[in-house]
Design a protein around this ligand. Structure first.
Ligand code: NIG
Ligand code: FE
Length: 419
């Protein structure tokens, strides 16, 4: 991240300050604890970094110089939301496909007849750097309005050398120019491209031989992801790719157990993935494996909703002791939405997570899913001054006033974005 604007802010008269202090949370009792400071509270951010978060009566004297003073008017303040799984950069849309799915056709059958990821790949290969970044910027603007201050962004709609690099360069450009910070993930192994049709092992060889070293040399990604799914990439290819990625110093993660249960969660835990994502079809063994590992279980309920499929068993995973995160999975196919209000509604109403667990899943646990738990996800001294001011005095309104954007102001590195 270069040259991001940073501000200094004295935010006072906070009615309820949700700090999420104390690190990522595993299991129901830890995830239910939001480390709240009841108001009046104050949040002080200097040059983009939190220097105080606590009771107003214990707070430092406000410094006049160069500091913005903002009255929170008794409303609730939380850490900025983290969307830890997005396919932000892509060309074209698939609006017809969505209608076919509504009419009963399955995601995999559309994929098998050349639609799905292949159709977005065609459009992405044809799109310029400017087109890709303009589109992605529009999504980021909307996400910022909903309180997102950090997001993960994957490549994976090029699946050839130049387009994958172009997607990652767009991600870097947006990280440098947009208020939202981006965590870059290389996902060349999103599908097997037409050039390698029927030869997924050869495509993985190409990625290991040519793409991983190139992405590393250009320093364009921190993490490598793969779509581990029956008839896409199975265990052997996943193991080969992610082990090679780890050897080069990348973090790794997986799309796991989304459509057919093939032990993806177990493999993610074994390989030391930052996160295993989707998990709609996770087995009891998979839940146990994640609960006893450092791998975050990332649920993507907007995708389950859009695919009209079952939701991931978030309640069961939390009760078993997993570190659960929730994210949007924004992409032009299985989930064309990055709606934080809908994500919260589905998490609380259909995945049976409490509102407290959902907030932990969208902040500090999501930070762990992108290896940023030391920098973002909680309002603690030394961490990023990323926060949201709600229009209501309690975080509980986030589930109660469902489907509505309750964010009055997003604060990124101490700079205010008021809506
Ligand atoms: O996370 N499952 C694979 N990848 C995406 C969908 C990509 C697409 O349909 O374009 C997902 O759901
Ligand atoms: Fe995804």
């Amino acid at each position: 991240m270069l040259n991001k604007e940073k501000g200094s802010l004295y935010l006072y008269n906070i009615g309820q300050l949700v700090t999420m202090a104390g690190g990522p949370r595993k299991g129901a009792s830890a995830m239910g604890d939001l480390a709240i400071i009841e108001g009046p509270a104050v949040l002080v951010i200097e040059d983009g970094i939190v220097t105080f978060a606590g009771k107003q009566s214990d707070g430092p004297c406000p410094k006049e110089q160069g500091m913005e003073f903002v009255d929170a008017q008794g409303q609730c303040v939380l850490p900025g939301f983290i969307d830890s799984h997005t396919h932000l950069v892509f060309g074209g849309y698939r609006e017809d496909e969505f209608q076919w799915r509504l009419a009963g056709e399955s995601y995999m059958s559309i994929m098998e007849r050349g639609g799905g990821i292949a159709s977005t790949t065609k459009a992405t290969r044809a799109a310029s750097f400017e087109e890709l970044s303009e589109h992605a910027k529009k999504h980021l603007d909307a996400m910022l309005r909903m309180g997102v201050t950090t997001a993960e962004a994957k490549s994976g709609y090029g699946m050839d050398r130049d387009t994958e690099i172009r997607q990652l360069e767009v991600i870097r450009h947006l990280d440098e120019t947009h208020p939202i910070s981006l965590y870059p993930t290389y996902m060349g192994a999103h599908d097997t491209p037409v050039e390698y049709k029927g030869r997924p092992h050869d495509y993985i060889d190409f990625i290991i031989r040519e793409m991983l070293p190139l992405v590393k040399e250009k320093d364009l990604a921190e993490c490598v992801d793969i779509f581990t799914e029956k008839n896409v990439f199975e265990h052997e290819d996943t193991r080969r790719l992610l082990n090679a990625a780890k050897e080069l110093g990348f973090k790794v993660k997986m799309h796991a157990d989304e459509i057919v249960p093939i032990g993806g969660a177990e493999l993610a835990a074994e390989l030391g993935c930052l996160s295993a994502d989707h998990l709609l079809k996770i087995s009891d063994e998979g839940i146990k494996a994640l609960a006893t590992s450092e791998t975050v279980a990332t649920c993507l309920p907007l995708t389950a909703f859009s695919l009209m499929d079952d939701y991931a068993p978030a309640r069961k995973m939390i009760d078993a002791g997993c570190c659960v995160a929730v994210a949007s999975d924004l992409n032009p196919g299985s989930c064309f939405s990055a709606s934080i209000p809908l994500l919260i509604a589905l998490s609380t109403i259909y995945m049976k997570m409490t509102v407290e667990e959902t907030i932990a899943a969208l902040t500090i646990n999501a930070a762990k899913a992108i290896n940023r738990q030391d920098k973002v996800g909680s309002l603690e001294v030394g961490k990023a001054g990323d926060a949201v001011i709600l229009r209501y005095p309690s975080y509980k309104f986030l589930s109660y006033h469902f489907g509505m954007n309750l964010v009055d102001t997003t604060i990124k590195s101490g700079k205010l974005y008021k809506y």
